[in-house]
Ligand binder design. Structure first.
Ligand code: FES
Length: 168
């Protein structure tokens, strides 16, 4: 049983290495133009996340829960998250959005393409400038670019105007 599990990981890692090699070969002389490589396989310039991720769960609505968690999980103030937009908390690698007034959502700020931190929020899109992926502020779904899967939802709570990262 363990041997089968290891064999699967070995196969997956081998496939990732082959894909990365194909990406390097495909980059050619266009390496100076990130937009030119937007449909190419992975390159070595992005900050990679070291594991394969599972399919993301549905975004979690925030609430005024009384057990909001410890201060060490504090992200920021709800008042600083614009309606119809959001804020990127780079240190925590979390994006908090407020698609409609009073409804807060949170997603991983790590792009599902090659692991860059998302760059900014423009209108109702979360943008990754590494290769041009864009994601919905409502559910983290992919709106454009090479990202293969949505930004994974994160648990947060909003209590007395404070946003905290949930632990479950
Ligand atoms: Fe490539 Fe984000 S890492 S689009």
């Amino acid at each position: 049983m363990t041997i089968n599990h290891l064999d699967r990981r070995t196969v997956l890692r081998g496939a990732a290495i082959v894909a990365a090699g194909a990406g390097l070969a495909a980059c050619g002389d266009d390496a100076a133009s990130p937009a030119a490589t937007s449909s190419a396989a992975p390159t070595t310039t992005a900050t990679a996340i070291g594991s394969f991720s599972e399919a993301p769960a549905a975004p979690v609505e925030s609430s005024d829960a009384t057990d909001a968690g410890s201060a060490e999980n504090a992200l920021g103030q709800a008042a600083d998250v614009p309606v119809g937009s959001g804020v990127i908390f780079e240190d925590a690698k979390v994006v908090v959005t407020q698609p409609t007034a009073g409804s807060f959502k949170a997603f991983s700020a790590v792009c599902t393409h090659q692991g860059c931190l998302v760059s900014k929020i423009e209108t109702d899109k979360i943008l990754c400038n590494c290769h041009g992926s864009s994601f919905s502020i409502t559910d983290g779904s992919v709106l454009g670019g090479p990202a293969p899967t949505p930004l994974p939802a994160q648990d947060i709570s909003v209590d007395a105007g404070n946003i905290r990262l949930g632990s479950s």
